[in-house]
Design a protein around this ligand. Structure first.
Ligand SMILES: [Zn+2]
Length: 121
């Protein structure tokens, strides 16, 4: 006789799947026992905004594809991810971002001033 029905976490696996769900993929729990995720413990998905993971019934002998597919996706990402910028590179990017915001603010201010002058004249 099979034991009580348990539950298994099955994410939709693809490039948009979050690390939270890839890490938790394939976890099998008793009903009423939470899944452990990087975002905390949850009885059921969603674990985050836009989560597509499902909690499905699980019995002994059910295949465990989810965990293997999640590990393959994580390995694929590790192989193709660009390394993070160096601290010096990050500082340059941050400065460029600040300059872009200031430039956009200046342009908006100039537009407002031109509009005001047109109304006055
Ligand atoms: Zn998710």
């Amino acid at each position: 006789m099979a034991g009580p029905i348990r539950k298994q976490l099955i994410p939709v696996i693809g490039t948009a799947t979050t690390g939270v769900c890839l890490d938790a993929a394939g976890q099998v729990r008793d009903v009423g026992e939470p899944y452990d995720t990087a975002a905390g413990q949850f009885d059921f998905p969603p674990f985050h905004v836009g989560c597509r993971s499902l909690s499905a019934p699980w019995l002994p002998g059910f295949p465990g594809h989810a965990a293997a597919e999640a590990r393959a996706e994580l390995a694929d990402r590790a192989a193709t991810e660009t390394p993070p910028p160096t601290p010096a590179g990050a500082a340059v990017l941050a400065a460029a971002g600040v300059a872009a915001v200031r430039s956009a603010a200046r342009a908006a201010s100039n537009r407002r001033q031109r509009a005001t002058r047109r109304r006055v004249s």
